[in-house]
Design a protein around this ligand. Structure first.
Ligand code: IPD
Ligand code: CA
Length: 266
């Protein structure tokens, strides 16, 4: 039976509270006023409301902690603890009424990810993990999949859009993965892609150009579920590079080699 620590309790309670507003707004998505915030990055009213609520709830419970939030950026705290928050991951899905989005909250202590919550309110799935204590969905333990060979696998990705990213380079990697696996999915919320790797629903996931709030919580979930996460080159500074390759331990190397090899092809 999963035991929620005080930290996880604070995080899940904040996520549930903010998600109530998101779900209400999702029901009225057509009436939402939206503004454009830079290339391809729509920001909804719901997004801002959720972020405000998360900041208030997390700040109330842990007054000294700093924040890195998608909408309001960095707020310095005690210099040891930092919440990394995406109040609405899957914004484009949300705006289109596509029911796949989440709230993502990670806690960093002394620069190390120590707790993670990703809440997907449509199916009421609370993914959470604490360093050294395993990963869970609601009160069930999660493990990455056991598949060992690429032809059996289902792989998640994020496809660059509009002017974001290097489209021709991305397409080489996609072609290689398409040819080697059972299928590729682009569901539209990087936090949930990582949570799905942790849950064994996807065998692997890769994407370039992500932000720390898209991936911080998901990285800990995958690790605590027994998976591996690096950047595409095999380095460990994913929050800085924004490039992520996550997979079960059997597939991390073959998937990484496939992508690197494809990148080298003319
Ligand atoms: C986006 C989603 C998407 C990924 C984009 C992110 P947002 O976050 O995680 O899956 O492909 O790169 O920006 O804008 O919905 O919070
Ligand atoms: Ca995001």
């Amino acid at each position: 039976m999963a035991v929620f620590s005080p930290t996880i309790n604070v995080m899940t309670a904040a996520a549930r509270k903010a998600a109530r507003g998101l779900l209400r707004d999702f029901g009225e998505v057509e009436q939402l006023q939206v503004s454009v915030k830079g290339p391809g990055d729509f920001v909804s009213q719901a997004d801002h409301k959720a972020e405000k609520m998360l900041r208030v709830e997390l700040g109330k419970a842990r007054p000294g902690f700093g924040f890195l939030m998608e909408e309001s950026g960095e707020t310095t705290g005690d210099g040891r603890h930092r919440w990394i928050v995406d109040p609405l991951d899957g914004t484009t899905n949300f705006l289109h009424g596509f029911p796949h989005f989440a709230i993502s909250i990670a806690l960093e202590r002394e620069g190390e990810l120590v707790a993670a919550v990703i809440y997907e309110p449509v199916h009421d799935e609370m993914f959470w993990a604490e360093k050294g204590s395993g990963a869970y969905v609601n009160d069930r333990r999660m493990r990455v999949s056991a598949r060992k060979t690429l032809p059996d696998t289902l792989i998640g990705t994020g496809i660059p859009f509009r002017e974001r990213g290097d489209h021709p380079a991305y397409l080489k990697g996609l072609a290689a993965v398409m040819a080697a696996t059972s299928g590729v999915r682009r569901a539209g919320a990087a936090s949930l892609d990582l949570a799905y790797v942790a849950a064994g629903r996807l065998d692997g996931f890769w994407e370039f150009g992500l932000q720390p709030w898209d991936i911080a919580a998901g990285i800990l979930l995958v690790r605590e579920a027994g998976g591996r996460v690096t950047d595409i080159a095999g380095g460990h500074d994913m929050l800085a590079t924004g490039n992520v390759l996550a997979a079960n331990p059997h597939l991390h190397l073959p998937l990484g080699s496939l992508l690197k090899e494809a990148g080298r092809k003319e």
